[in-house]
Write a protein of this length. Structure first.
Length: 211
């Protein structure tokens, strides 16, 4: 947790240090979340993924040298399916993700491919588990008190930004690697649980002028 706090401070420092003349673009983003969970140790648990969606806002700030800061507060669905023997449990997690990504453009033409990387802070909104109870009936229950409120992860991906008049359309694929244990149950005999996921995003931004 100390590492995530340190990175949060560094991100805020970067925002404060943005040049006064920096160009700012804002817009909307949406897409698909291909999520899964990692258990360690797995203890004979079979894991599979969950398909969800993501949508939110985008703020791009030019940093010069063909790079920009990409801030993206986004609602993201995560989770996965756990199978042990014949019991199947579907875990559904919802987060407000706030990535602080750096984009590095590989071209200065109207069609600009780019690399993107950086940290992301996920704030838990909802957590549910659906599976059989003691009588074999499939039920859904709230499990928010079993999941930590913050999920810290690192993201890396590729995208392309296409100029369209005064705005820009972009499409991006990004891998998110959760580095914090989200299991909030007592440590005894409970595995570490971390999130994994691929985001496929499309968005549109417009220039807001100079600061």
């Amino acid at each position: 947790m100390r590492i995530s706090r340190l990175i949060a401070v560094l991100c805020l420092t970067c925002l404060v240090a943005i040049p006064a003349a920096a160009q700012i673009r804002a817009g909307l983003v949406g897409g698909m979340s291909l999520a899964r969970l990692r258990y360690d140790p797995a203890n004979e648990i079979s894991l599979s993924g969950r398909m969800g969606f993501a949508f939110g806002a985008v703020l791009n700030v030019s940093l010069g040298f063909d790079s920009e800061l990409h801030v993206e507060p986004t609602f993201v669905q995560k989770g996965g399916t756990l199978t042990r023997t014949s019991d199947k449990n579907e875990i559904s997690l919802s987060y407000l993700e706030v990535p602080f990504m750096l984009r590095f453009f590989l071209s200065d033409s109207g069609v600009k491919p780019y690399l993107v990387a950086g940290p992301s802070f996920g704030f838990l909104l909802d957590a549910k588990i659906k599976g059989p109870d003691d009588f074999g009936n499939v039920v859904e229950r709230d499990m928010k008190d079993e999941v930590k409120a913050l999920d810290f992860n690192l993201g890396v991906g590729l995208g392309v930004d296409v100029q369209m008049g005064s705005g820009a359309f972009f499409i991006e694929g990004r891998y998110a690697h959760g580095s914090s244990d989200i299991n909030d149950l007592p440590a005894t005999d409970n595995p570490m649980v971390k999130t994994r996921g691929i985001l496929i995003l499309v968005g549109y931004t417009i220039a807001l002028g100079s600061r």
